[in-house]
Design a protein around this ligand. Structure first.
Ligand SMILES: [Ca+2]
Length: 497
């Protein structure tokens, strides 16, 4: 341990030397009109927003209001379809394939236990080092935040509660072997009685109170919602605005997965989650959709309280707002109710920027990556470029200074060497064993027909292959192997047992 710390200390010193002035300014260099940042993360929110033409029954006036105040990316994709690695990517500015962070880890381990990220500056930390006052509450990384990133931390409610004494419907194990899978928090129902009992409500109160204070420097205020992550529990009134008999189900084709490669089935092997067939047989499908819509409407309401407070505050005219989700969520598409996939409903998520010098009500349909949030915020705030960022800034495109970059792609990675590439017209997936999927989004938006095997598509695949990351790092340490999803290896290990 002492050796490791010494090594990290050396790395840290080298970093400071190598960063030089290009990555750190002093307080006095910040211009007086340097904007504040309101950074809003939502957990497991797919594209079911009114402004994204998501689910036809969704009600999201405040998300839509925020989008109307700035720029909405309708085709933004996470870098990993799982909370921990998605957030680690966004906060480090690096791809999962560069860091080896494909699974759930303790946030503090990102720096302490991984050579690829030992010297990285996390996004809020970069702002802090450049003269900002940083504050955060709620789910921002997988748990809350690594130590020292925030000058003021509100922490995070442990787990996803509050929880009823007894689950309503789903036991959390499904048909899985409890010893191998553990219990998920998946369940749905109206609980608790009042919004004020929800951690998200309390976090918004904390953030609103911060908007009423005075600061002697610009602030970076981060708020991370826990909903609509499971369990899909919110008070009854949010269920009432989505009558269950009116709801439209999601697109589902029972033989959809007959044409996907073996690793896709390994990744999608989630017996602890409800399957679509189970939801049909038990007649729970409409109830799960209702509960997810209810959770989104609850978050929308809380977002509205935050936006009202910002608009009434002295910071209304000089604050950059970014809102994003860590990945999408499948509500029956592709056979299950889960994230965990390289398919569209699991990777597509909202991304909205508003800022004093950005257009209002602009919609960009070209694919974008959550990895762009880091460099985009730096540019919007006039901070120096960070050489470690692997994403590209979206500022010039949002301002219309360059035309939409039609050939930009978004890459999502799940486990080592499994990647999905989303272009404007296609999704191409290549798995660690060479298995492939190709979907034509112009004719097949549900990704039902895998056309990778057709000889006439060989040129398309060759063109898209060049976007596959050439580095596929392995988490290089001292930590629990089981937290990193290496699908084929894990299957082999299980088989050996
Ligand atoms: Ca299919």
């Amino acid at each position: 341990m002492i050796k490791l710390n010494l090594f990290l200390l050396l790395c840290g010193s080298l970093t400071l030397l190598s960063c030089g002035n290009s990555e750190k300014t002093s307080n006095s260099e910040l211009s007086p009109d340097t904007p504040n940042v309101l950074f809003i993360a939502v957990d497991d929110l797919n594209d079911w927003l009114g402004c994204m033409n998501g689910h036809p029954n969704t009600k999201t006036p405040n998300f839509d209001r925020l989008a109307a105040q700035g720029v909405l990316f309708t085709n933004a994709h996470c870098q990993a379809p799982l909370c921990g690695p998605s957030r680690a990517s966004l906060m480090t500015g690096l791809r999962p394939s560069t860091t080896g962070i494909y699974g759930m880890i303790d946030d503090n381990m990102i720096k302490s236990d991984n050579d690829a990220t030992g010297d990285i500056l996390f996004l809020p930390e970069y702002f802090k080092n450049n003269g900002y006052h940083t504050m955060g509450i709620g789910k921002l990384w997988h748990s809350h935040a690594p130590e020292g990133v925030f000058d003021e931390s509100g922490g995070r409610y442990k787990g996803f509660g509050p929880l009823p004494e007894k689950r309503f419907v789903w036991d959390g194990f499904g048909t899985s072997d409890p010893e191998n899978y553990g219990r998920t928090s998946t369940d749905w129902g109206a609980f608790p009685e009042a919004d004020s009992l929800m951690p998200d409500h309390q976090s918004i109160d904390w953030a609103i109170e911060r908007l009423g204070r005075d600061y002697d420097k610009p602030f970076f205020l981060a708020m991370g919602f826990l909903r609509p992550h499971v369990p899909l529990y919110v008070p009854q009134r949010w269920f009432d605005i989505h009558p269950v008999e009116d709801l439209e189900m999601t697109p589902y084709k029972s033989d959809d997965l007959d044409d996907v490669p073996p690793v896709a089935h390994l990744i999608n092997d989630l017996p602890m989650m409800p399957s679509t067939d189970w939801a049909i047989e038990s007649n729970e499908w409409p109830n799960i959709i209702q509960a997810y819509l209810a959770c989104i409407s609850f978050v929308d309401y809380e977002l509205g309280r935050m936006l009202d407070a910002l608009e009434k505050s002295k910071y209304a005219e000089n604050t950059v707002v970014v809102l994003w989700s860590d990945h999408g969520y499948r509500l029956g598409e592709k056979g299950t109710f889960a994230k965990h996939a390289l398919w569209e409903p699991a990777t597509n998520a909202p991304l909205i920027f508003t800022a004093p010098n950005l257009p209002k009500g602009k919609v960009i349909e070209t694919p974008a990556e959550m990895l762009s949030i880091y460099p985009t915020l730096l540019e919007l705030c006039g901070l120096p470029f960070y050489s470690r960022n692997e994403g590209v800034s979206l500022v010039q495109e949002m301002r219309g200074e360059v035309s939409e970059t039609k050939d930009r792609v978004a890459i999502t990675t799940f486990g080592m060497n499994n990647h999905g590439v989303r272009t404007s017209g296609y999704r191409y997936i290549r798995y660690e064993d060479g298995g492939e999927e190709l979907y034509d989004h112009n004719s097949d938006p549900n990704e039902w027909t895998n056309i990778a095997g057709k000889p006439e598509n060989a040129d398309i695949i060759e063109g898209l292959s060049k976007y596959m990351p050439s580095v596929n790092a392995r988490w290089n340490v001292h930590s629990e192997y089981k937290f990193q999803p290496y699908f084929v290896e894990q299957k082999e290990r299980t088989s050996i047992k």
